[in-house]
Design a protein around this ligand. Structure first.
Ligand SMILES: Nc1ncnc2c1ncn2[C@@H]1O[C@H](COP(=O)(O)OP(=O)(O)OP(=O)(O)O)[C@@H](O)[C@H]1O
Ligand SMILES: [Mg+2]
Length: 308
């Protein structure tokens, strides 16, 4: 089945708030893909708190992503380790906070180029919390970016902030003239002098100043299509948050967000985390495994959850 997908697809898992289940999601998504016979590479790109090897129950690998990013001689193959599961390989993150270089954009591009040379179907980047430039850059260089959100006001708010920050960073990098870059920079500050509060307002303002640039950036904005997954869902009302976020993003940000699906809050999850045995690993049937299968299908086929 792996051969069906000729181009490798890179997924990035972020979301702003800490502890929403990004790593849990990244690991289990990787397992479902690997079990589906897709050659999958999981990369721990949380440069502040790498722990995917622990999630997978394997010892800390000697060479890590930061070694690869920093060393001019290491090849990407040198930092990839096998996992107990066929088709699933891992690049571990930095072990020590002191290891962390602040990788430049070009170093991230080096990683993405190296990934392109591998015989692999899917790559999953597990990002850290927050909206720093590293996280946003990884999110944007991916083919598909997924936000793991929990149904709590702080998580929802952080997800909006993440989407807006990623979008502004993308627009700023694409804008070639200093005037437009300056406008975007100012608009990033909520209390900006132009009174621009949303990406839609920003785009309208840029278009007034420079119609060609405005149209160009609008096209790019239309191509920005983050995905969301709701985790730790406890009720149907929680599930509706996914659709509400979708509508709000369209209305205020002018951004199409795909709601891929949801995962219930389940004691088995933290038990599995504690045992270092990812919940989808045993291959048995469970509601959580089924949710992961639906989300994975939606993700790779470009679909989304439909309201019931
Ligand atoms: N669906 C769920 N049901 C119950 N508990 C969950 C669920 N998802 C995640 N958790 C719990 O939340 C904890 C945090 O998950 P995880 O480490 O994946 O978060 P994270 O977003 O990667 O955190 P960080 O921002 O620190 O990287 C897990 O240890 C797990 O116990
Ligand atoms: Mg994590």
């Amino acid at each position: 089945m792996g051969q069906l997908f000729q181009k490798k697809e890179i997924f990035a898992v972020g979301g702003g708030k800490g502890g929403t289940g990004k790593s849990f999601f990244a690991v289990n998504l990787a397992i479902v893909l690997a079990r589906g016979n897709h050659r999958t590479l999981l990369i721990d790109a949380d440069l502040g708190g790498a722990n995917l090897h622990t999630c997978l129950g394997i010892p800390a690998p000697e060479s890590t992503l930061s070694d690869f990013i920093q060393s001019p001689t290491l090849r990407i193959e040198d930092v990839i380790v096998e996992t107990p599961l066929a088709n699933l390989r891992l690049i571990s993150g930095a072990q020590d906070i002191l290891d962390i270089a602040n990788p430049k954009y070009t170093q991230k591009i080096k990683l993405i180029r190296a990934i392109q040379t591998l015989e692999i179907d899917f790559v999953i980047l597990d990002l850290g919390a927050g909206t720093n430039y590293n996280t946003l850059d990884f999110f944007m260089v991916a083919d598909k970016g997924i936000l793991v959100v929990i149904p709590e006001p702080t998580s929802i708010e952080n997800a909006y902030r993440f989407i807006k920050s990623a979008l502004y960073r993308k627009l700023k990098m694409l804008a070639s003239d200093p005037q437009t870059k300056g406008i975007i920079e100012k608009a990033m500050d909520k209390k900006n002098a132009y009174g621009l509060r949303t990406p839609v307002e920003l785009l309208d303002f840029i278009t007034q100043e420079n119609a060609t640039t405005g149209e160009f950036l609008r096209r790019e904005m239309n191509r920005f299509q983050p995905r969301i997954v709701l985790n730790q869902v406890r009720s149907l009302a929680d599930v509706r948050i996914g659709y509400l976020m979708q509508n709000a993003c369209r209305k205020y940000f002018g951004v199409q967000v795909d709601f891929l699906g949801y995962i219930e809050n389940d004691d088995q999850v933290w038990q599995s985390v504690r045992k270092r045995q990812p919940i989808t690993l045993n291959g048995g049937y469970s509601k959580i495994t089924q949710s992961f299968q639906i989300i994975t299908q939606n993700l790779i086929q470009g679909l989304q959850l439909k309201p019931e």
